[in-house]
Design a protein around this ligand. Structure first.
Ligand code: PAF
Length: 309
């Protein structure tokens, strides 16, 4: 199966490198000429535990040049999701599938609204990865990748894709209730990312900050209440324990939101805590902690470059 990954950021480059090294037919589609040029010139560079590994992967700026693909993986920021639709249309083979591996709420819905729900798989990954330059990343935390149909069932198609990923060395599994897992990832992002951005800390340093675990638990409880009201079943009995585990497993990682703040880029706050607040308003569920964090992150000055402890 031919795979194209849209997005040459932390997750796009990581998955591209793992797949290519594992023998899969994969290409990257980017929107920055600098990134695509760097990848075509000298490959994707992954730094891990002090060592560097370079993998040659074809990268394209133009979707028509990437050819027809059986699987298109979306690894762009949530606010760029809609802009990938014309590109997907140019690349997807008639029976092809689209897998979103993005952070935030609403990505699968945006894609399915145009491409059809039957095309859509949603996935989550717990890998911690940061961009350090064009086509160059640091892989700071291993984790599982879960995927399944947007409609909720664990299909043969999802199992085949998970098996393909596993054959390339990625820890991947097909699941029932993929939208529930996407919500669990949303809760993890809501409880970790804004705090890392506000305090300028790596994930692993968060639990050491006074009172932060109580505040994280409030974020989690509000999000769980909203999910219940929306009819979503979260596949986890203790989401706060999961948040602590992710902080430990990705301890050295600079979260995607802190990376965005440091680089002066727009953050995904409106698709993470902001989305929980909006849905809470719809269902009459109060979400004061999520609202306060969203406001604080929106107010952060851009271009922070000091080192996280
Ligand atoms: O957004 C991120 O950075 C990641 O999803 C996670 C798991 C919080 C690790 O940093």
């Amino acid at each position: 199966m031919k795979i194209v990954i849209i997005g040459t950021g932390a997750i796009g480059c990581l998955f591209g490198a793992v797949f290519k090294k594992g023998g899969l037919d994969v290409a990257l589609l980017g929107r920055s000429a600098e990134e695509v040029g760097a990848i075509n010139e000298r490959g994707v560079i992954v730094e891990r535990g002090g060592a560097e590994e370079t993998t040659a992967i074809p990268a394209f700026l133009d979707a028509s040049a990437a050819g027809r693909d059986g699987l298109v993986i979306i690894a762009v920021k949530a606010y760029d999701t809609a802009s990938t639709i014309p590109q997907i249309r140019r690349m997807l083979s008639p029976d092809g599938a689209v897998l979103t591996l993005q952070n935030g709420l609403g990505n699968a819905e945006t894609l399915a609204g145009d491409l059809g729900v039957e095309r859509l798989l949603c996935g989550t990954t717990a890998h911690g990865s940061s961009v350090v330059g064009p086509g160059r990343i640091i892989h700071a935390g291993q984790g599982e990748t879960l995927l399944g149909e947007m409609r909720g069932e664990r299909s043969r198609r999802a199992e085949k894709i998970a098996a393909l990923f596993s054959s390339a060395g990625l820890d991947a599994r097909a699941v029932d209730n993929a939208p529930g897992y996407a919500w669990l990832k949303l809760i993890i992002n809501a409880a970790i990312n804004p705090f890392t951005a506000i305090h300028n800390l790596r994930n692993g340093a968060l639990p050491g900050v006074p009172n932060i675990c109580e505040e994280m638990a409030e974020v989690v409880a509000e999000a769980e209440a909203v999910a219940r009201a929306a009819g979503v079943k979260i596949p986890c009995d203790d989401a706060m324990a999961k948040v602590r585990k992710v902080c430990a497993a990705t301890g050295d990682n600079v979260s995607s939101m802190l990376q965005d703040v440091r680089a002066g880029r727009r953050t995904e706050i409106d698709y993470i805590n902001g989305a929980i607040v909006r849905l809470g308003e719809k269902f009459g569920i109060p979400t004061p902690r999520n609202a306060a964090l969203a406001a604080q992150v929106r107010a952060l000055r851009s271009g922070r470059s000091d080192q996280a402890q």
